[in-house]
Design a protein around this ligand. Structure first.
Ligand code: GDP
Ligand code: MG
Length: 589
């Protein structure tokens, strides 16, 4: 296809405004799939179907006849949720235009605003489209905007025409040496890594020897295909086109998003890397049982190849054994990851309560090797710097944008204040809706902020956030003591104003789940030397041999042996034996 007959575009929208439905209609209209197949073709992952959200950006190549000419339209479906902004950035790096889809009932929402600025900042052509005009109280504005019903297929042809007419052809050069940009990759059990590329210059052909700018490794191109959305094998991908490459990449580290391929021997300058997603939320991941360590490791490696936004480091805990500390873009991202681990790899994992990354400024630290500089970065409570040498602690902040109908304004304001938010601005965006901007600590929004916001606004308020740097804050480490002995795994990092309440909750929870022992256990929560909460777990006399009084000796010995076996799996805190289960119950999300 000649370059002037190619259009590369994305659909961006707030979640549920109808992106996937529109994408399916476009596929039907162009004959890529059968009409009324009734399925959302681009939402391939099981979890996406269950939750109705799009996680991975999926791409499809459509053939469309316009004015007697055949056009190749590359449609890139993007996720709409706040956590997945990186997937949106990545998709946009190969587009010249976007369809900005807005639900006629809901109007502009927080994510619509964020997506609009992403596209606007990249000088992309924006085609505004209003969806769901079939609904009773739909109230589309009287502007020259395409109005569609993706569900009923109304005016979809206008969308396709606008794509051809308004979006410019890609600016590429097919006569130069090959330059191909990796913008997505995923793992296939049988074929290894599948790499999606946007060919910016030259031609990519099967049999080519291609070299990665990042790693300098060379691969042979084994097969090439378009997604239409089924795989269509091709022998060449020309500049301006998007397609998939299989080239024998096996390990997760090899397919780096943002990397550039060139023909072996004709190096080119790497394309500037797009804005890389930064993990914001961290959690420990451990096998349910240590015997599953190897299989969990393999599953995590494969999943991270599919999701390069997850960061991994090793971690170990006395109670839970060997595991990893994973960094996620946000809470939904973390949930999606653990659910995929369950569904796609059959790996049982324990995810610990999530936390964020703090920074601390240390006094005269030069003679303490561990703190070489005067700044320490930590997210794990076990790395919390000693308060004696700590000058100041900083926590990560976000700039949150909330759009809410004005009748919920009071609720929304109290929620933001309770979460230690500071108001930045308030604007009316129409007759009944308000846009608020708050600066909030990230650790206050990662647990249940979004759900709470939805429930206090009957589902009407929408939320989006972006990174807002670090701020000095009164952050402390709360410890748990059992009969005076500190249980390292149960420490938490939190703001000083939240410590007492959290400490009380923690002690109550432990009182419920720690198995009674033959002596009293005092459960305490403290910050430094200050005790914030206390519960007493009463003793319980348990003698397994009691029932067998007078019974035979071998049975009695067997029972004692079994009890000893059970003890091996226990974690000893002083003289208190705690089963792994107990830790899993407290540490799990
Ligand atoms: P996405 O999250 O943006 O991908 O949204 P979906 O395509 O999954 O659509 C969200 C919901 O809106 C689904 O229940 C769709 O059936 C529904 N929907 C999509 N387009 C229309 C439309 O034109 N009219 C009506 N009434 N519902 C629609
Ligand atoms: Mg969708």
């Amino acid at each position: 296809t000649p370059i002037d007959k190619i259009r590369n575009f994305s659909i961006i929208a707030h979640v549920d405004h109808g992106k996937s439905t529109l994408a399916d209609r476009l596929l039907e209209m162009t004959g890529a799939i059968k009409v009324n197949s009734g399925m959302q073709v681009l939402d391939k992952l099981q979890i996406e179907k269950e939750r109705g959200i799009t996680v991975k950006a999926q791409t499809a190549t459509l053939k469309y006849f316009y004015d007697g000419e055949e056009y190749l339209l590359n449609l890139i479906d993007t996720p709409g949720h706040v956590d997945f902004a990186s997937e949106v950035y990545r998709s946009l790096s190969s587009c010249q235009g976007v369809i900005l889809l807005v639900d006629a009932n809901d109007g502009v929402q927080a994510q619509t605003v964020a997506n609009f600025y992403l596209a606007f900042g990249r000088d992309l052509t924006i085609i505004p489209v209003i969806n769901k005009i079939d609904l009773q109280n739909a109230n589309p504005e009287k502007k020259d905007i395409i109005k569609i019903s993706a569900k009923n297929g109304t005016n979809i042809d206008q969308v396709l025409e606008a794509v051809v007419e308004r979006i410019p052809e890609p600016t590429v050069d097919r006569n130069k040496p090959l330059k191909a940009f990796i913008f997505d990759s995923w793992y296939d059990r049988y074929r290894g890594a599948i790499v999606m590329v946007y060919v910016k210059e030259g031609v990519l052909s099967t049999g080519d020897q291609i070299t990665s700018c990042c790693t300098n490794k060379t691969y042979e191109v084994r097969s090439l295909f378009f997604l239409r959305p089924d795989e269509e094998k091709v022998t060449k991908i020309f500049a301006g086109q998007i397609g998939c490459v299989i080239c024998g990449m096996k390990t997760s580290g090899e397919a780096q998003i943002g990397d550039t391929f060139y023909l072996k021997g004709s190096p080119v300058e790497a394309l500037p890397e797009f804005k890389r997603a930064k993990p914001m939320v961290f959690a420990g991941v451990y096998p349910m049982d240590q015997s599953q360590y190897i299989s969990l490791k393999a599953a995590i490696e494969k999943l991270t190849l599919n999701d390069s936004a997850v960061s991994i480091t090793r971690e170990s805990s006395i109670a839970l054994g060997q595991g990893w500390r994973l960094g996620f873009l946000g809470l939904l991202h973390m949930e999606v990851f653990s659910q995929r681990l369950d569904q796609e790899y059959d790996a049982q994992a324990v995810l610990t309560v999530p936390g964020v990354t703090y920074k601390a400024k240390i006094f005269g630290s030069k003679n303490i090797a561990k703190y070489r500089g005067d700044e320490v970065i930590f997210s794990n409570p076990s790395d919390f710097p000693n308060p004696v040498i700590t000058q100041e602690i900083f926590e990560p902040m976000v700039l949150g944008t909330i759009i809410t109908p004005d009748k919920y304004l009071g609720n929304v304001l109290s929620l933001c204040i309770e979460r230690r938010g500071k108001e930045k601005s308030t604007k009316n965006i129409d007759n009944e809706r308000i846009m608020l901007q708050f600066i909030l600590p990230l650790n206050e929004i990662i647990i249940d902020f979004h759900d709470t916001l939805k429930s206090i606004s009957s589902g009407y308020a929408s939320f989006d956030y972006e990174d807002y740097g670090y701020e000095s804050s009164n952050i402390v480490k709360m410890d748990v003591l059992l009969n005076g002995t500190l249980v390292e795994e149960l420490s938490t990092i939190l703001h000083c104003t939240k410590a007492t309440e959290k400490g009380k909750q923690m002690c109550k929870k432990l009182l419920d789940i720690i198995p009674r022992q033959q002596f009293l256990i005092v459960i305490q929560a403290c910050v430094g030397a200050k005790i914030l909460a206390r519960e007493n777990l009463k003793p319980y006399r348990k003698d397994v041999t009691q029932k067998l009084y007078g019974g035979d000796k071998t049975r009695r010995q067997k029972l004692l042996a079994r009890q000893a076996e059970g003890k091996k799996k226990m974690r000893m805190i002083g003289n208190i034996a705690l089963p792994r289960e107990t830790f899993i119950k407290v540490m799990k999300k």
